[in-house]
Design a protein around this ligand. Structure first.
Ligand code: GLN
Length: 551
């Protein structure tokens, strides 16, 4: 039977619960041995598929949305897409990157989908005669989904991250389900880790009162935390730990610290130094193997050294949400991974596409440019200007999804001379709809979960840059779009020199583009989701390599 570690948050959100969960899971992955035979078999099967881990993670978002697909990326950050096509919270991207796994759709859910399941069941007559209530109906559904996630991952220990902050009305029922799971299980089956802020005030003192209050809030919901983690700008003092311990009724040895770090990948190591995995293992009766995070440590050290005194490569990311880096989280991480693999410190720098239009930003200042995914007309012209600049000045460029589509539009406008070339997403009356709606999307009415989603097959054309990059004839990459290169325009675009070096399995949809003789590349899919520390995604690798040649 898998065991569960619930992770809750207090005082405020955005404290880095996702990173904490990923780090703890990463740490345990390096230390845990298999607990049971059945699990061992499932784990081995997963291992053979290249996905096997013992510790895995899931996230529950208490919002009434059904998934993250309809959330504004400016407020909530990037929408991450699983291979099996679920639009989820950006923390899932951290689970993938830290654990080097492919997360399944069962590992993230929003409460809207729980309520939807229950209400639909009620309409079907599934509860005939019964009053349908949050307890037990919603709690049972939550518990069922948590166990399902553990089942599909075949893990021994599942971290369950509860979104939001203890005390939020929306998360009450999730906490109640978590409380019940501890009550239902055997001793050590369920552990609660609570993360809350320890702010430093102007006198320099670390204040623990908000932390104490958030633990009280947890206690009042019937949950006694087993382990406390203080989120702070620096390591918390022993005095602060003692205060937390005394006031919160948790032994001092079980109070840990998650300090602000320049490099998030260092957190598993910072936690390891504090020995948190030993305490978790002791509480849950887990056997730890003597296995350290050697490779991880080496990568983190190299990254830190490069950040100190390595060559710098700056990639201008032309976004329309230019104040919110989280909107493009996986892209920024993928740039870092590619830098590390090339022995440089590569960083993404957000550029507001409006500033390109108004000429406030000098694109010469970047070593490479990247135009990410997006929707709608705002910011489009600035992105097209950036693409034109990259094509004409031979500045390395990577266009992703919308960026790929806009590269086609730029080429049609300025090379083919089709001045009104556009996407029908923004201009349904253009005479040159070089980007048009996918045929299967024409009848789609509902917005949620209806795009072309998840991993799809791409056939890579031999003899192209893409083929050299991937070293494969066939790749599977994640998608999230409704529009595509118009099949009627492909002939003319190719005649004018644009190369479509990747196509969908049926040969119909254009998936990768490139221009010979320069690093002008783009993909309809999202390569950023597949990038890992120590294993950069080939598109990003090519971009950074090309940028380096010019630095
Ligand atoms: N808006 C475009 C489409 O729907 C691109 C989507 C994206 O960049 N994710 O096809």
């Amino acid at each position: 039977m898998p065991k569960f570690i619930f992770v809750t948050g207090g005082v405020l959100s955005s404290l880095g619960k996702g990173i904490l969960v990923s780090s703890l899971a990463r740490l345990l992955k390096g230390h845990l041995s298999s607990l049971g035979k059945g699990i061992l078999v499932s784990s081995l099967a997963r291992l053979l598929k290249g996905h096997g881990v013992n510790a895995s993670a899931m996230k529950i978002d208490p919002y009434l949305n059904c998934d993250a697909g309809t959330l504004n990326p400016f407020e909530h950050g990037e929408v991450f897409v699983t291979n099996d096509g679920f639009e989820c919270d950006l923390d899932v991207g951290n689970y993938e990157r830290f654990l080097d796994i492919f997360v399944r759709s069962e590992q993230n859910f929003m409460m809207g989908s729980v309520y939807k399941t229950i209400v639909e069941e009620e309409r079907r007559g599934g509860f005939l005669g019964k009053t349908v209530q949050l307890i037990p109906h919603a709690t049972n559904e939550i518990k069922r989904r948590i166990r399902l996630a553990a089942g599909v991952t075949g893990c021994d220990v599942l971290f369950v991250e509860i979104g939001g902050t203890v005390g939020d009305i929306e998360s009450e029922i999730v906490l109640e389900a978590a409380r019940q799971m501890k009550f239902d299980g055997k001793h050590g089956d369920v552990v609660f880790v609570h993360l809350a802020l320890v702010p430093r005030i102007i006198t320099g003192e670390q204040k623990t009162k908000p932390f104490q209050h958030s633990v009280k809030a947890l206690l009042s919901r019937g949950i006694t935390p087993d382990i406390l983690v203080a989120r702070s700008d620096e390591m918390v003092s022993e005095a602060a730990k003692e205060k937390i311990s005394l006031q919160c009724n948790v032994r001092k040895e079980d109070v840990f610290c998650s300090p602000s770090l320049k490099n998030i990948y260092a957190l598993p190591l910072v936690l390891q130094e504090q020995g948190i995995h030993l305490n978790i293992a002791a509480k849950m009766g887990l056997k730890l193997k003597k296995k350290d995070l050697k490779q991880w440590t080496a990568l983190v050290k190299k990254m830190d050294a490069l950040a100190e005194k390595g060559r710098k490569v700056s990639v201008g990311v032309v976004g329309k949400y230019a104040t919110m880096k989280d909107t493009y989280m996986s892209i920024f991480e993928a740039i870092r991974h590619a830098g590390l693999a090339n022995g440089v410190c590569a960083e993404g720098v957000l550029i507001d596409s409006d500033d390109i239009e108004s000429k406030k930003t000098d694109l010469n200042g970047f070593d490479a440019l990247l135009v990410p995914g997006g929707f709608g007309s705002r910011g489009v012209e600035g992105k097209i200007t950036a693409i034109r600049f990259a094509r004409e000045k031979k500045k390395p460029l990577l266009g992703i999804c919308y960026g790929f589509q806009l590269s086609v539009i730029e080429f049609a406008r300025n090379v083919l001379g089709w001045k009104d070339a556009d996407t029908t997403e923004n201009n349904s009356r253009t005479r040159h709809p070089v980007i048009d709606i996918l045929p299967e999307q024409k009848t789609v009415k509902e917005k949620g979960g209806t795009m072309r989603l998840g991993a799809q097959k791409t056939l890579v054309k031999p003899g192209t840059l893409a083929h050299k990059m991937y070293g494969a004839n066939e790749i599977w990459k994640r998608h999230r779009h409704r529009y595509e290169v118009n099949p009627d325009a492909i002939g003319e675009l190719e005649k004018a020199g644009l190369v479509f070096s990747g196509r969908s399995g049926d040969g119909r949809k254009m998936e990768i583009l490139e221009l010979p003789g320069q690093c002008f590349i783009g993909s309809q899919y999202h390569p950023e989701f597949d990038s890992r520390l120590g294993r950069p995604e080939p598109m990003f690798n090519a971009l950074v390599k090309a940028a380096l040649k010019r630095v």
